[in-house]
Design a protein around this ligand. Sequence first.
Ligand SMILES: Cc1cc2nc3c(=O)[nH]c(=O)nc-3n(C[C@H](O)[C@H](O)[C@H](O)COP(=O)(O)OP(=O)(O)OC[C@H]3O[C@@H](n4cnc5c(N)ncnc54)[C@H](O)[C@@H]3O)c2cc1C
Ligand SMILES: *[C@@H]1O[C@H](CO)[C@@H](O)[C@H](O)[C@H]1NC(C)=O
Ligand SMILES: *[C@@H]1O[C@H](CO)[C@@H](O)[C@H](O)[C@H]1NC(C)=O
Length: 529
Amino acid sequence: MMAYYVIVFLALISYAGSVEEQSVSFKNCMKSSAGAATSIETIALTSSSSQYQQALQAFEQNPRWVNSSSASTSPTTPLVILTPLTASHIQAAILCTKKLGMQIRVRSGGHDYEGLSFLSYSKAPFVMLDLNKLRSIDINLADETAWVQAGATLGELYYKISKASALHGFPAGICPSIGLGGHISGGGFGTMLRKFGTAADNVVDATIIDANGKILDRKSMGEDLFWAIRGGGGNNFGVVLSWKIKLVRVPPVVTAFNVQRTVAEGATKLILKWQTIADKLPKDLFIRVVAQNTGANSATVQVLFNSFFLGGIDRLMPIMKQSFPELGLQAKDCTEMTWIQSALFFGGHSKDDAPEALLDRVTTFKSSFKAKSDYVRKPIPEAGLEGIWKLLLKEDVQAMLIMEPYGGRMSEIPESEIAFPHRKGNLYNIQYLVKWDVNTAEASSRHVRWMKSLYSYMTPYVSNSPRATYVNYRDLDIGTNKRHNTSFAEASVWGIKYFKANFIRLSQIKKKVDPHNFFRNEQSIPLFS
Ligand SMILES: Cc1cc2nc3c(=O)[nH]c(=O)nc-3n(C[C@H](O)[C@H](O)[C@H](O)COP(=O)(O)OP(=O)(O)OC[C@H]3O[C@@H](n4cnc5c(N)ncnc54)[C@H](O)[C@@H]3O)c2cc1C
Ligand SMILES: *[C@@H]1O[C@H](CO)[C@@H](O)[C@H](O)[C@H]1NC(C)=O
Ligand SMILES: *[C@@H]1O[C@H](CO)[C@@H](O)[C@H](O)[C@H]1NC(C)=O
């Protein structure tokens, strides 16, 4: 009898050709799972549903895949978008997709630069888990921690913390609509990284659902897996349900300043100086540099010194006078504010906007973009910077470099402490970004080509062996898994860039916790071999 069912079942898989049939098989499997039977139709969207496109694109940041390629090279979208309301829905979805030979992609905030949370370039049939209904945040001020579900955003977290305490914060990224699921999985850093490290450095526990559908916490997953999920990249080891984070203490008053100079006004010399001090300044001070053209026909490059200080103007001014007098910073350039106001300020709002603006998950402004990143370990000489300006002025859409200083706490944490590896010896991280409004195949290939020429130009000035890069600024150009069983050696081409020596341990842990390589995508950690 059993054998009969197995045969019928296998036959069903091989004949389940059409997208509609596969979606129905998945939904039927979900309906027959304990705990998931209720309301499957209301939480599962198939491509024939009128809400499917909206749900697919709601949180996406980079629609570069739209209009950019032919049907043969364009990525596929989910067979089913499932919005779990409980952990049991995720458990059932893992078991059902596994049984039906489908893959799973998880989306928390949808900010993946290459859209890997909702697209498949290998065209494998997959179900997307959209975690946007799993976003509770429970703050425990008594022990200065919080449990946050993976579908919550940074803005929601910052807002909730500020409602509970004016003296606590959390060191994570700058854009409020980023999801905590993907962000912490890749590390996550923002204005407080020099003081407190990455978001992943401040995680003390987590719950995750593994490839067998089991819910594990730190104790039951063990220290290897708990190490791997802090910076080893999303969608590799399981579905993170929640993180327990350590809140950090922030002063009642912080200070922000923006000083802008063009290259014509001598900004190059300021950057030369900045490169020698930015990683050595007191940990309370973060000065990042944004250098950009001004779109088509820009005459000069604009350079912004965009800064955050954990303290008031009184304490900031003497530090600036001593370390960076060339910038000519004056008290009137600085604005004192609360920590939550700084989250608004850096998140693209005004500090005086209602903090509820941080709760907005859907970005009204999104545009197609291509980005890459590097780590700089020795100052780039003047001639090197001048070459970058020439390239920026050649591009006819908005193009920029964002240079974020490391040092401080980042240099104190050993490379092997958690899976995120970029520590001592880095002066700063550079992100290169080019963005354009209306995407076409021609626009996409032209701007990506420009980005590649900049990346190639940068080779002598940035880290090498490996040429390190940040997994949260995902870049599929550095290499992808070609097959289900892409070997460790093949994947090392890109894996070592993201994870340095930690790639080996990640791959060993992958083999142990997901031996059938169930959680996978174009850049998932391969099984160690
Ligand atoms: C506008 C913008 C600004 C940014 N600013 C910063 C910044 O200041 N600092 C910084 O460090 N980064 C920044 N990033 C990068 C950001 O940290 C990454 O894109 C991050 O991975 C996004 O997480 P997400 O949950 O929003 O994305 P998603 O697209 O949902 O997920 C990203 C990856 O993680 C996987 N994943 C998602 N949720 C889970 C989960 N629960 N369990 C397991 N795997 C999961 C996905 O499958 C995907 O592979 C920015 C990105 C954008 C678009
Ligand atoms: C795709 O092309 C159409 C038609 O030119 C355009 O209106 C739309 O904005 C493009 N989509 C993106 C994401 O650029
Ligand atoms: C990967 O699997 C294919 C068949 O699925 C096999 O032919 C190939 O040899 C395998 N490659 C490696 C590196 O194991």
